[in-house]
Design a protein around this ligand. Structure first.
Ligand code: GTR
Length: 399
């Protein structure tokens, strides 16, 4: 009986661990430590970056390398082949409003394939090519149902089609299953050297890599305006969408929804989720080197405002939800604010106020956009409707 009680209490303790950690996180603004962010505009040799040429030639590549080496891992730049095949097509999907294309994208390297399934709807009766939104889907595949029997606010395809955009999705499991053991069964088979390197990519890197392969495909699809592709991700998907847009300058717009720690939120605030916790729960997301920063955020040579800055001058929209303190809404806003000076090098003026706007007060007419939606950690129709406004504004679309 005693043994049983001990075993039972142990199981309860294990089950409760994440919840306890959640509760132990700091949610008190007065307990945020004082911190100094690394200067996004100072090179490793201590030179002040004053123009976009120096930013692009010197500082930007330096920062990319810092993120690769310390957080997301290397991004492989080549593969031996890529093949696209349309596996299903329907010209009159969504009651005739859209064309459905399901495309299998097979990439080979190291004699190993990775197969990425793209679901794509293109609006009918709209002049081609059209701009597109691409979601890195980290939830169930039913959220991006090509038959449209299942519909979800997570990917409200009809809303995008009605607004004249193509809407696409890939699922993270095709690139790297979201599992600390199985994540190796995908893109990493193509790049085995990444698995043994301390700065090798893991799941988040693989998801971002997959998004770039969809860009390769979009460049060949005559229906899609490949110069107007917005990459979207929610939470862990939003960490990947930022890294994808930072790496691959073909993405015209980046949307990072509720991405929080190691996404759009500043690490040094140590508010909500922290690096030690994310590395413990998800050891398969970031590279081995990142574990050095557990409980030691100030040692990082970067912070997340520098990731946003890598997307400049392209527009970035980061969001939060009011009840999602785990993802640090204020830290997300401050990250955008601290990226402003890089946008300024391009003559772009941010429309963000000095303090975070109120709940449900989106700021979309700005290269750095933000909202804090009322409610829980999620990606909703409200969020999407604002992403559409943001894209319309930047693409100067009037409807
Ligand atoms: C949480 C994790 C967050 C976020 C989230 C999600 O458990 O701590 O960083 O990624 O999952 O993806 O929904």
């Amino acid at each position: 009986m005693k043994k049983f009680i001990i075993a039972f209490s142990l199981i309860v303790a294990v089950i409760q661990l994440p919840a306890q950690d959640h509760n132990q996180a700091n949610y008190d603004e007065s307990k945020v430590p004082s911190y100094t962010l690394p200067d996004v505009l100072k090179t490793s040799s201590n030179t002040e970056v004053k123009d976009k040429a120096t930013w692009e030639k010197v500082r930007r590549p330096e920062i990319i390398k810092l993120f690769e080496d310390n957080i997301y891992g290397q991004m492989p730049k080549s593969y031996s082949s890529i093949k696209y095949s349309v596996t299903n097509e329907n010209d009159t999907a969504m009651n005739g409003k859209a064309k459905l294309k399901e495309v299998l994208i097979e990439v080979m390297n190291n004699n190993k394939p990775v197969k990425i399934n793209l679901v794509l709807f293109v609006p009918n009766n709209v002049k081609k090519p059209v701009p597109a939104f691409l979601l890195i889907n980290n939830r169930g595949k039913e959220n991006t149902d090509p038959t449209r029997v299942a519909k979800s606010e997570f990917w409200p395809a009809e809303m995008l089609i009605d607004s004249g955009y193509a809407i696409a999705a890939i699922h993270v499991a095709d690139m790297a299953p979201d599992d600390k053991v199985k994540y190796v069964n995908g893109v990493l088979q193509l790049y085995p050297e990444q698995l043994t390197a301390d700065n090798g990519m893991k799941a988040i890197g693989a998801w971002a890599w997959g998004a770039s392969r969809i860009m390769d495909y979009f460049e060949k699809d005559k229906d899609i305006d490949a110069r107007k592709v917005a990459i979207v991700g929610h939470s862990r998907g939003g960490k990947a969408s930022l890294w994808a847009a930072a790496q691959d300058q073909r993405f015209a717009i980046c949307v990072s929804n509720c991405s929080g720690n190691t996404g759009a939120a500043l690490a040094r605030r140590q508010f909500g989720e922290r690096i030690n916790r994310i590395n413990a729960s998800f050891p398969h997301w970031f590279n081995n080197n990142y574990k050095k920063f557990n409980n030691n955020e100030n040692l990082l040579p970067v912070d997340q405002h520098m990731l946003i800055a890598l997307v400049a001058p392209r527009p970035v929209y980061a969001t939060n939800a009011s009840k999602d303190l785990w993802a640090d809404p204020k830290g997300t806003f401050l990250s955008l604010k601290n990226a402003e000076k890089v946008y300024a090098l391009y003559g772009l003026k941010s429309g963000l106020p000095s303090n975070p706007p109120g709940i449900n007060e989106p700021i979309t007419q700005s290269p750095l956009a933000y909202h804090n939606r009322e409610g829980e950690h999620n990606l909703t129709a409200y969020d999407w409707s604002n992403f559409i406004k943001f894209a319309d504004y930047h693409y100067k679309r009037t409807k």
